[in-house]
Design a protein around this ligand. Structure first.
Ligand code: ATP
Ligand code: MG
Ligand code: FE
Length: 351
């Protein structure tokens, strides 16, 4: 399966093999990040992203085929992200995939980007259904019950900012640059996480939702109150912010796993983490403590497969193709596409 990903600021292509027993192997996984293009703007500029995808995608696909040691007509099918994401970029990848599928006479798989994240742990760790996914990236923060390919139930998520977005905004107001997550984590190592007691919004409520925008405001007010900030102030604010979000994510994950155990008594409780924030060592350490405490399994795929990449799209396409699904050549690109919609079900709109 050739997989193409262009929904945000990574131009990516990958060749993945899924054998009959359902095991996956990555033959190539090429990612070109557009960080440099967007750096001056402090965030992703959609029009610039789409143009860079146009410029680079053919080269990235050629490189992925080259590294896999295959010619294009040797792949069985072509998968591309069809949404959700920045629509200009999605169109570049999906249209390219359609052209390849039409000219090669191979099936097309229009993949939901979130399904790519959701199924990655099966590629890397062979995780069996059902499991709980915590997706924490620049654009998403949600708990999703993964019952099977195409079979998802959203258990909760952010009502405002995504977690990665909160890291990025805090980094911006502390002048730490973009992307903010790694910068905040680095500077937090020399900070005091107890110096400021930032709020844990929603945490007293039972629902499995997140809210990070009030926390971000509290950080801003604290920074303004202390201005001009010393290096130690910056480190202490970063550490205290990170402590607050770690507490929130760990508490919510414990609740979500308790619910999983209550609903699937017989099945092992499994938490799979996806999205760029999975790189955060403080958060993953807290999640390890939670699963150890309640007897669950934690799976964090290698970080290069947690952030956007083509292998996750190829793999999701391969899982769907194995179940007999494929899509029509006129399938639409979708800026919004939640996982828990009926049209995610395999075969619901197969060609
Ligand atoms: P999406 O996949 O939802 O469309 P995206 O492409 O922005 O969004 P990813 O590439 O998965 O998401 O992840 C990027 C996000 O992860 C950024 O917001 C970044 O700040 C955050 N991030 C990366 N490393 C860390 C870290 N060590 N700690 C916290 N956050 C991090
Ligand atoms: Mg990204
Ligand atoms: Fe993503």
């Amino acid at each position: 399966m050739l997989g193409i990903e262009t929904s945000c600021d990574e131009t990516a292509a990958s060749v993945v093999v899924r054998d009959e027993s359902g095991r996956g192997r990555i033959r190539s996984n090429v990612v070109r990040s557009q960080l440099d293009e967007h750096a001056a703007f402090g965030g992703v500029v959609p029009e610039l992203a789409a143009r860079a995808h146009v410029e680079w995608l053919d080269h990235i696909i050629a490189q992925a085929m080259d590294e896999a040691g295959l010619a294009l007509d040797e792949v069985d099918a072509i998968a591309a992200t069809a949404g959700p994401g920045l629509i200009g970029g999605v169109l570049v990848g999906l249209t390219t995939a359609k052209a390849l599928a039409a000219s090669l006479g191979k099936p097309l798989l229009a993949v939901n980007h979130l399904e790519g994240h959701a199924l990655t742990a099966r590629l890397t760790d062979g995780v069996a259904f059902p499991y709980l996914m915590l997706l924490v990236s620049g654009g998403h923060s949600q708990f999703v019950l993964v019952r099977g390919v195409g079979d998802y139930e959203r258990w909760g998520g952010t009502i405002d900012d995504a977690l990665g977005e909160a890291f990025d905004k805090v980094a911006k107001l502390l002048s730490l640059g973009h992307p903010g997550g790694p910068a905040v984590e680095r500077i937090a190592r020399s900070g005091d996480p107890k110096r400021f007691k930032f709020p844990r919004p929603l945490l007293r409520e039972e629902r499995l939702d997140f809210s990070f925008s009030g926390l971000k405001t509290a950080v801003r007010l604290q920074a303004e109150a202390l201005a001009p900030l010393s290096d130690q102030d910056v480190a202490d604010i970063a550490a205290s912010f990170q402590a607050a979000v770690t507490d929130i994510v760990a508490t919510r994950s414990r609740q979500a796993l308790e619910r999983f155990k209550a609903e699937f008594g017989g099945a092992p409780a499994q938490l799979v983490v996806a999205g760029g924030v999975a790189a955060n060592q403080e958060i993953s350490a807290a999640l390890r403590a939670v699963v150890a405490e309640i007897g669950a399994r934690l799976v964090v795929p290698p970080i290069a497969l947690c952030t956007d990449n083509g292998a996750m799209i190829a793999w999701a396409g391969a899982e769907r193709l194995a179940l007999g699904a494929h899509d029509k050549l006129d399938v639409a690109a979708r800026p919004r596409w939640p996982l828990d919609t009926p049209d995610m079900k395999v075969n619901s709109d197969a060609a």
